[in-house]
Design a protein around this ligand. Structure first.
Ligand SMILES: Nc1ncnc2c1ncn2[C@@H]1O[C@H](COP(=O)(O)OP(=O)(O)OP(=O)(O)O)[C@@H](O)[C@H]1O
Ligand SMILES: [Mg+2]
Length: 249
């Protein structure tokens, strides 16, 4: 695969006039409505917008978890909207980290096994130092042997965040990664994520409802009805709150 080609692109991901339509006829929902948006490499971007505005759909399409109905989606220079399923599986496994809104942990595996599953599937082992720093940052050291049913919602969310961070993928897509956490855990994770962007050139695209979480990002993109309606660089939580009020959120 053309990794060098991908690295050469200044854009980590982008959508070009992408639409996603669910259902048919009277039941048709236009979750993405001809959206064009770019995500720069080594940057932390937040996506905000009212419930149902298409945030999760956009993230799923960018990560190759779902297919657009029309338009194109790129990861680096690779058009993933044109990839076959087999190729997509490899791209998702090797190059993308995803934090699901609903965690999607494997119930029969322990916290540690869940965190390292994508790498295990790829026949890789996490770097020991990185593994330790992620686990300690998330305060999960004494919960590594527990299964998801034995963890609180916040702990399950932290396992999901750890799983996405573990392989240091080209891009991390995170759907409300702090939605179920108290403000202290949330601040710790956001600070860690921002640190990974600043010092390790990690690229992160995060959906959030929380203006404070968005203020950790470099740029906020606002969605409404499946379209980009606004954006803001170097956001502050007050600034984000003002814009959201304008969107009727
Ligand atoms: N599988 C599906 N089948 C039909 N409609 C869907 C499906 N998935 C999402 N939708 C619809 O598409 C629209 C966008 O949904 P999406 O999950 O992207 O919103 P969201 O912005 O992430 O909302 P939230 O903030 O509540 O998570 C909604 O109207 C939703 O009901
Ligand atoms: Mg969502």
């Amino acid at each position: 695969m053309a990794i060098a080609e991908t690295i050469s692109s200044p854009l980590a991901a982008r959508a070009v006039t992408a639409s996603k339509i669910y259902g048919q006829d009277d039941n048709e929902v236009r979750a993405l409505d001809g959206i064009s948006v770019e995500f720069a490499r080594s940057r932390f971007t937040a996506i905000m917008g009212p419930s149902g505005s298409g945030k999760s759909t956009l993230l799923h399409c960018l990560a190759g978890l779902d297919r657009v109905t029309a338009g194109q989606v790129f990861l680096g220079d690779i058009e993933i909207s044109g990839c076959k399923e087999k190729q997509l599986t490899l791209i998702r496994r090797d190059r993308i980290g995803f934090v699901f809104q609903a965690y999607n942990l494997v119930p029969t595996l322990t916290a540690l096994e869940n965190m390292t599953l994508p790498m295990a599937l790829a026949g890789r082992k996490p770097d020991k130092e990185w593994f330790d720093s992620v686990v300690d940052m998330l305060h999960m050291r004494d919960r590594l042997a527990h299964r998801p049913s034995e963890l609180s919602g916040g702990q399950q969310q932290r396992v999901a965040v750890a799983r996405a961070l573990m392989s240091r993928p080209e891009v991390i897509f995170a759907d409300e990664p702090t939605g179920n956490l108290d403000s202290r855990s949330s601040t710790e994770i956001l600070t860690f994520m921002r640190g990974a962007v600043r010092s390790l050139d990690q690229t992160i695209v995060m959906v959030t409802h929380d203006p404070v979480a968005a203020s950790f990002s470099d740029r906020v993109v606002f969605l409404a009805d499946g379209k980009i309606v606004d954006e803001m660089s170097d956001p502050t939580s007050d600034g984000v709150l003002e814009r959201l009020k304008g969107l009727g959120n």
